[in-house]
Design a protein around this ligand. Structure first.
Ligand code: SF4
Ligand code: SF4
Length: 386
């Protein structure tokens, strides 16, 4: 059966009030509400995370507070309790601990007054708060078509604690290109964006963290926090690779930035792990989650870059679905139709960005087969593009 993806057009330069109204309309079309007359699956007492990103300082592409507020108000109108959810970054910067991250959000206009809800950094102060979910528990058997045997690439997913505890998500993704995955949209917003620091580490790296011995002060904090007993201190910290489970705790707690990430995972594995994390994070929350992709101010680089990039093409609109794979497939199809070329491939020719979508489909996260309905106009008949 085909999944349904809703679409509403927008124009470059369209005001934020109008985009906020359209965001609300997409939520009503997808989840139900006053315009559709359908009952909403989000209920009283649900804790619903509105997942977005606040962008790096200097970047201008991220979704703006009125759009986030529209989603918050929709959730509240359904009787549930909304919160705006993000996680700490793996790299050290303004968003690598919860205090700096929340202050950064405030500085960029995401105050509780502006967005109408509190911000929760879901993996705790330094990324230490997570929930370990073995993937075999999900009945995940890998993917023959992708050449994987057994339980896939992720044995245990490290999910941000508050993401695990939430009832569902309204995912608001600003669609961009991405230097590691070619495409950054829903799958990345959820799979990477709601993983704890250990999860991000596991997705980005195939090996254990390294200790920078010249920076290490032998304080022992990493050894104290290491859940695997993998660290000993002998003049400096030493990690036993045979014991390390790659949780990233040492990275999070080291006060001297002496623990280094090996950014060595290839893009194919990284994209597959992102899809596997999506599966783990959304488990049990499928009925109360919805995924919006904004084709507005689309840039080759993602919003984590600290520069203001101009849009690569005119704005297209907003897509929404309850299927995270269908919305992703519809997004790349629509971009290809609109700009008459494979924009994401052209931007990142050495990365096959379709891996994440194909693999997500293979492992049962959703379906690439979809019907596109333009809000107010009905089903769009389109030539197949793949
Ligand atoms: S926490 Fe950092 S500085 Fe302290 S022992 Fe571990 S690596 Fe060294
Ligand atoms: S990443 Fe490895 S060494 Fe670091 S805290 Fe986790 S298990 Fe211990």
């Amino acid at each position: 059966m085909k999944s349904t993806v809703f679409f509403i057009r927008s124009k470059t330069g369209e005001g934020l009030d109008s985009l906020a109204q359209k965001t609300r309309r997409m939520l009503e079309s997808t989840l139900g509400g006053s315009t559709s007359g359908e009952s909403v699956p989000i209920k009283k007492g649900d804790l619903i995370g509105v997942k977005t990103t606040f962008g790096e300082k200097g970047n201008i592409g991220h979704l703006k507070p009125p759009i986030v507020r529209a989603a918050v108000e929709y959730v509240r109108a359904a009787g549930a309790k909304p919160f705006v959810v993000e996680t700490n970054t793996l790299y050290v910067g303004q968003r690598s601990n919860a205090i700096d991250h929340i202050q950064h959000a405030y500085n960029r206009g995401f105050t509780p007054e502006a967005i109408g809800a509190p911000i929760v950094i879901a993996d705790g102060l330094r990324g230490e708060n997570d929930f370990s979910m073995p993937l075999p528990q999900l009945g995940f058997k890998g993917s023959k078509a992708q050449g994987l045997k057994g339980p896939g690439l992720t044995k245990t997913a490290f999910i941000a604690g508050a993401a695990k505890a939430s009832s569902g998500f309204v995912s608001l993704s600003h669609v961009t290109g991405h230097m590691l995955t070619g495409l950054g949209a829903t799958l990345k917003n959820i799979g990477m964006g709601l993983a704890s620091r250990g999860g991000k580490l596991a997705m980005h790296s195939g090996v254990v963290p390294k200790i920078l011995t010249d920076k290490c002060k032998a304080c022992g904090l990493c050894a104290e926090f290491c859940p695997a007993g993998a660290i000993t201190i002998k003049g400096y910290s030493i990690i036993d690779a045979r014991k390390c489970i790659g949780c990233g705790e040492c990275l999070a707690v080291c006060p001297h930035e002496a623990v280094k990430i090996s950014w060595d995972e290839n893009t194919e594995n990284l994209q597959k792990k992102v899809a596997e994390y999506c599966l783990a994070i959304l488990k049990g929350k499928e009925k109360k989650s919805v995924f919006l992709n904004f084709l507005i101010h689309v840039t080759e680089q993602c919003d984590c870059m600290d520069k203001a990039y101009p849009p690569a093409f005119e704005d297209i609109g907003i897509l929404a679905s309850r299927d995270p794979v269908a919305v992703e497939q519809a997004t790349v199809d629509l971009v290809r139709e609109h700009v008459r070329e494979d924009f994401f491939h052209k931007a990142w020719p050495n990365i096959d960005y379709t891996t994440q979508i194909d693999y997500a489909h293979e492992i049962g996260l959703g379906s690439k087969d979809y019907e596109l309905i333009e809000v107010g106009r009905g089903t769009l008949q389109r030539a197949p593009t793949k």
